[in-house]
Structures are given as structure tokens and as C-alpha cells.
Design a protein around this ligand. Structure first.
Ligand code: KIV
Ligand code: ZN
Length: 516
């Protein structure tokens, strides 16, 4: 056994499924289990077979479908639960039964109504029984962190003698503080005489927000298996989040001194799959997998990131499966971040003056709007920073259309003192107008996107049309407005060809993004 390997025991489909209002069906469980196999977890706790027929069948299906990780079925320390668990898990390549009984005074007295001696005997007998039918057995003294340590040592010693390969020390109610829990694990290492015959596992709940910290403290004190759930889901406030545990161990290997075998680049995909299957959204600020985990908005941070990403990132977004960091352009962004974002939108080679002018207009807009989108920035660039002359001037247009006639459109456009008239038919009046304008321009145009929205309401609402037109591999965005939507469309097309014309004849600064 590798002494510094930490086994990752995933309980997303067992404790995770105990999240209020979460219900995973068999199909969900198989899909999640296959993804967990890709993630390379060591152990999958697939369910609690005695709890329902559905759970039994799901555990059995997972045991048959997934080969590499050990597959675990949970059972109380009761014979009929253990039999049911074995029935479900026996098809697995590496089956394991996880049996538990509570050992804290409060649980023994009020829930189990058993004396400590009875609990001790039940634990030992049931571990022995489970071991007689399954090659690998894990034992959990439930509510271990609130159990009298001397009694806990005795139960653990008995369970290991009875055949437990793994002893799990649950902080069932998320009560402990990291230093305290670390010492508790050390106490077990120092006081249970046969502890070196078993792996110490930990299972921490997040009621005080310490599940991950407690798990790491336990590893520092000798635990070598961590039970955790994707996105930290689980009973009440949830379990330790798998992705946080794994990345803490990887990022702080210098301090923790351990490793896992997790393929970390699969973390985001796994998190999204679990979020989708459980219907539980991932908060934007969720560590590791949240949408903002690698997003930077503050100007100082963006400046630092552009100079060297390790100024503000302790791990790379690629290492967890995100494509890249994002510099979020918003109220707190600085000029550096804004200029970089303009480049990403295709506005490269801008003069310093143009960037300053655009940055000022952008800052004015952030004072008025909560979210400034890329479209808003494009509008600033195309309509305020680069107002192009109207070389093509629409003088007249006409169309005819109906459900039984072919749509036709005629346009009259003035260009450099000449009046040009063209007509075309098309698939609807907008298409006909577009084709007639294309003929006038003699340019090679492809309409890539067309968006219409109404500004205002009622009969006299204005239609605003945005088009994205491709010319020679570059995309030009333009807008047109009118109370008549065909005219608004024609004006948007004319606007687009004016931009292209300007680009062809004048431009040193690019006026439009290249995003084909
Ligand atoms: O939280 C807990 O104690 C459990 C046990 C069944 C391991 O989930
Ligand atoms: Zn639990």
C-alpha cells in the first residue's frame, strides 16, 4: 500500500441522495457512476439497498455496469440489511458492505434504546457476519465525533478483530472543529491497538461549514480514505465536497503530503452532471466548479492576471476542466482588462485614444446598467466609437409579399453620387430586400445571424433589427430601426455594407470583430 495515497470514497449516490427533495433514478445513477469511474474515484457508495426496491435495483445495476472502483452498499448493523446489501453488490468486481451502528450516548439512549454493551456486541457480530459473505467490509460508529473516546476505541478494536478492513469515523452532525477532529483521529491511531490492520476513513458533514477542513485535518493525522460527495451534496448541509477535497490535496501537496488518483480535469464535467441529475444549481461562487471560481472582475486583479496568472490563481482552470479563466467586464474592471476584452471581441490594433474613449463610454454605461453585455460593448464600438459615413444611402424601397405570391423587393440606393436600383425575389420580404441590397453592393455577403426585437410597446413600437453579415471571412454587426420591420431589416443590411465599405476603403483600426 502506498502510504501517502488518500482513497476517494464517493457517496454522492448514497448520502448525497439523502439531500432533501433529491431523487436519483437508476438511469441517473448509472450515468453518474460511469462518470465517477472516469474521474477515477476509488470507491462508489451506490445506495442503501434495504431503503427501497428502487435503491436495491440501482445499486445492483451500478455493481454490474462499473468495473474499476469498489462498489459499496450501505446497511445498518442488522442481518437482514446486510443480506440485502450483499444481494445488490455481489455482482461488482470489488464489492464492499458498509455497515454502521451509532455509538454516542445520545444515539444509543434515545434512538437505539440499547446499552453500550449491547451496541458493542451488535457491531462485532454484524461485522463478523458481513465479512463471512463479502470480501471487503467497512464499519462506521455513527456519530463517532460525539462518542466517548474510550468506548469508541473499544468498538473499533472489536470491529477490526471481527474483520473490518476500513473503519470510518463519521462527524455525523458536523460538530467538530478541524484541530479537534484532527486530534480525535490521532487519538484513535494511538489508542486502538490493532488500528494498523485497517484503513481509517473519515466522513464529515458540513453543518458548521467545516467538512472539508475537518477531512484534511484528519488526513494530516493519519486518515487515508475520505468520504465526500460531488458539489458537497448530502443530508442537511451536506457532505465534504469531493472537488474541494481533491483540489486541496493536489494544490497543497507541499503541506498535506498526500496524493489522490483523481483525474482532476473531469471535475467540472462531473459537477455539472450531478447538478443536472439532482436539479441542484451550482452557486456561482462555489469553490473549484462555480462559474466565478476562475473569473476576475476587479481592475487590479485583471491587471495582475494579464501580467501573470499566478498572481490571483492558485490552480489553473484547465486543471479542473474549465477552458480558461475569464476576465469579467463590469463596474470594477480596469482599462487593462477592458482593452484585453476588446481584443477578444476582435477589436485589435486600436489606438490608445480609441481605447480610452471606448473605456470612458463603457464606464458611463456600467453606472447605468447592472450587467454590460458583449453586445453593449459592440454597440458602443460600432455606433459611438466608429461611426462610419453612410456611403450607401437608402432612398426608396418597396416590397410585395403574401402567402400565395413570391416575395419581391425593389431598392433604390445612392452610392457616390450614382443612383442604383435593383430588385430581387426571395424567401419572404426580408430575404428579398437582403438580396436586392447585395446586388447593389456587388459584395460577397452571407447573412449569419438575424435578430429582431421591439423597443417600446403598442402599435407604434419600433422594431430594432441586428444582423451579423460575413464578408471575406469577417463578421460585421449592424443595426437598423423602423416602425416597419422590413424597413428596419433593410436599414440594418445597408448599415452592414457601409461598415464593410468603410473597412475596405479606410480603416487602420479594425471596426468590427472577426468571429467567423
Ligand atoms: O453521517 C453518517 O454518520 C453516515 C453514516 C451512515 C456513515 O452517513
Ligand atoms: Zn453522512
Amino acid at each position: 500500500m502506498n502510504d501517502n495515497k488518500v482513497y476517494i470514497f464517493d457517496t454522492t449516490m448514497r448520502d448525497g441522495e439523502q439531500t432533501p427533495r433529491v431523487n436519483l433514478n437508476m438511469k441517473d445513477k448509472i450515468e453518474i457512476a460511469k462518470q465517477l469511474e472516469k474521474l477515477n474515484v476509488d470507491v462508489i457508495e451506490a445506495g442503501f439497498p434495504i431503503a427501497s426496491q428502487g435503491d436495491f435495483e440501482a445499486v445492483r445495476a451500478v455493481a454490474k455496469a462499473v468495473k474499476k472502483p469498489a462498489i459499496v452498499a450501505l446497511s445498518r448493523a442488522v442481518k437482514k440489511d446486510i443480506d440485502r446489501a450483499w444481494e445488490a453488490v455481489k455482482y461488482a468486481e470489488k464489492p464492499r458492505i458498509h455497515t454502521f451502528i451509532a455509538t454516542s450516548d445520545v444515539h444509543m439512549k434515545y434512538k437505539l434504546k440499547m446499552t453500550p454493551d449491547q451496541v458493542f456486541k451488535q457491531a462485532v457480530d454484524m461485522v463478523k457476519y458481513a465479512k463471512s459473505i463479502c470480501p471487503s467490509v467497512e464499519f462506521s460508529p455513527e456519530d463517532a465525533s460525539r462518542t466517548d473516546p474510550q468506548f469508541l476505541y473499544k468498538v473499533l478494536e472489536g470491529a477490526i478483530d471481527a474483520g473490518a478492513d476500513i473503519v470510518n469515523i463519521p462527524d455525523t452532525v458536523g460538530y467538530d472543529i478541524p484541530e479537534e477532529y484532527g486530534k480525535f483521529i490521532k487519538g484513535i491511531k494511538d489508542n486502538v491497538p490493532n488500528i494498523d490492520k485497517a484503513i481509517i476513513s473519515v466522513h464529515c458533514h458540513d453543518d458548521l461549514g467545516m467538512a472539508v477542513a475537518n477531512s484534511i485535518a484528519a488526513v494530516k493525522n493519519g486518515a487515508r480514505q475520505i468520504e465526500c460527495a460531488v458539489n458537497g451534496i448530502g443530508e442537511r448541509a451536506g457532505n465534504a465536497a469531493l472537488e474541494e477535497i481533491v483540489m486541496a490535496i493536489k494544490t497543497r501537496e507541499d503541506y498535506i503530503g498526500c496524493k489522490t488518483d483523481i483525474v482532476t480535469t473531469e471535475l467540472v464535467k462531473t459537477s455539472k452532471l450531478v447538478s443536472h441529475a439532482t436539479g441542484m444549481d451550482i452557486p456561482n461562487n462555489k469553490s473549484i466548479v462555480g462559474a466565478n471560481a476562475f473569473a476576475h472582475e476587479a481592475g487590479i486583479h485583471q491587471h495582475g492576471m494579464l501580467a501573470c496568472s499566478s498572481t490571483y490563481e492558485i490552480m489553473t482552470p484547465e486543471s479542473v476542466g474549465f477552458k480558461k479563466s475569464t476576465l469579467v467586464i463590469g463596474k470594477h474592471s480596469g482599462r487593462h482588462g477592458f482593452a484585453q476584452h476588446l481584443k477578444e471581441l476582435g477589436y485589435d490594433n486600436l489606438s490608445e485614444d480609441k481605447i480610452n474613449e471606448a473605456f470612458k463610454k463603457f464606464k458611463d454605461l456600467t453606472g447605468k446598467k447592472k450587467i454590460v453585455s458583449d453586445e453593449d460593448i459592440e454597440t458602443i464600438m460600432n455606433h459611438e466609437i466608429f461611426q462610419v459615413p453612410e456611403a450607401y444611402d437608402l432612398k426608396y424601397f418597396q416590397f410585395s409579399s403574401g402567402n400565395t405570391t413570391v416575395s419581391t423587393s425593389t431598392v433604390e440606393i445612392e452610392y457616390k453620387g450614382k443612383t442604383i436600383r435593383e430588385a430581387s425575389c426571395g424567401d419572404g420580404p426580408v430575404d428579398a430586400a437582403f438580396k436586392a441590397i447585395e446586388k447593389v453592393s456587388d459584395m460577397d455577403l452571407k447573412l449569419k445571424d438575424y435578430l429582431i426585437k421591439s423597443i417600446g410597446s403598442g402599435k407604434d413600437a419600433i422594431g430594432e433589427v441586428t444582423v451579423k453579415v460575413e464578408n471575406n471571412g469577417r463578421i460585421f454587426t449592424a443595426k437598423g430601426m423602423s416602425t416597419d420591420v422590413v424597413e428596419a431589416s433593410a436599414r440594418a443590411f445597408i448599415n452592414a455594407i457601409n461598415r464593410i465599405d468603410y473597412e475596405i476603403n479606410n480603416v487602420s483600426d479594425k471596426i468590427q470583430p472577426e468571429r467567423v
